[in-house]
Design a protein. Sequence first.
Length: 364
Amino acid sequence: MFDVKSNKAICVLPWIHEYKQANGKTAPCCHTHRGFRSNENIEQIRQQMLKGRQVDICSTCYKSEQKVGYSERIYETISWIKKFGAPDVHHPKLQYADIRFDPTCNLKCKTCGPGSSTLWAKEKGVKVFIDKNNQKSFNNINKKDLKKVYLAGGEPTYIKDYLEFLRELYKVNPDCEVVITTNLKKLPKAWKILMTKFNNLTIDCSCDAIESLGEYVRYPIDWKMFEENVQFVMDNVNHLQFGLVASNLTAHKIYETTKWMQKYSKKINVTIVNSPIYFTEKAVPMYKRKHYIDNLKKCLKLPMSVDMAVTYRKQIQHLIKNYTDDNYQASVHTQLKSEIIEQDSHRNLQLAEVDPFLADWIMA
C-alpha cells in the first residue's frame, strides 16, 4: 500500500502526522504549500494518493524526485514503516505530532524572518500572531497514542508550553520518540534535567556554519557557549544530530562545517534554503560559483557511515547541480545586497570582517 516506488504519489504522513502552524492551520507536513482548518481536506489528499494521483500541495517532494531521485516523501514513508509498521489506511490516527506553532526565539538567523522568530519580529517592528485554537488542540493531544513527537519553534527551549507538554508526555509515554530542533544558544537547567530522562530523545541541532561565520549567520549566538552546549548533549542525551542549513552565505564552507559536526555526531542532514530566493544560488554570479562547487565536491570524499552517506551525498549532489546550473539573476543579487546591508546595519555587523569572499561578490 505504501510502496513509494510503485505509487509515485503516496506518502505515509497524511495518515499519521499533523503539522501545527502558527496561523492556526494544520497541514500534512511542513513541506506542503498550505494548511487547512478542516479534516475533510486531509481525507481528500489521502484518497487521491491511494489512487496514485499526485497532490498539488505536495509538489515540493515530487519536483525533488524528478531532479535528484529523492525527497522527504520517500524518506519519511520508508523510515516510518521500517520503524513502526504501515498505518491502517481505513483508520488514520495521530501518532506523529509536529509542533511548531510558537515563534518565540532567541536568535534572528539571516535566512529566517518575523514569522518564525520573535526577535526578528521585534527588529522589523511587526506583531507576532499565535493562534489560540492551535494551543488548545496542542494541549488536547492524546499523548498515549503518540509514537513520535517533533518540536521546533521559534526556539523550543524558550517556550514554556513545550516544556510542560514534554513533562506530561514523559509521565504517560516515556518511550515515545522525541525530536527537538534547537539552536542550542542556551540550555536552561529545567531542559537539561528533562533531556536526560527520555528513553528515546534526539536533539536536532541547527547549524549553518562554524566560528565567526556561524555567529554572523545565526546572530546573536556565542560560538564558545554553543560548543559547550553541543558537548553537554553529546555526553548526556541518547542521540545528537545536526541540521546543516545551506544558503549562499554558507554553502562555500560546508566541507569545514561538516568536518566539525562529525566530531560530535554521525548523522548530518543538509537543508537547502529555497526561500527567500536571494539566499539561494540564483543570487551568486557564475564567475564566483567554482569556489562553492569545489568545496561541495570535497564533501563527497568525506568518510561517513553508509546510512548517512546515502542521504548526505544526495543532498550535496543536489547543491552541486544548483550551483552548476546557469541560473544567475542580477535582480536577485541586488535583493541580497540590500537585505545584507539592512540586516547588518541593525545588528552592527560587518560582513567583510567575517568573510571577505562573501563580501567581495555580494557587495559588488
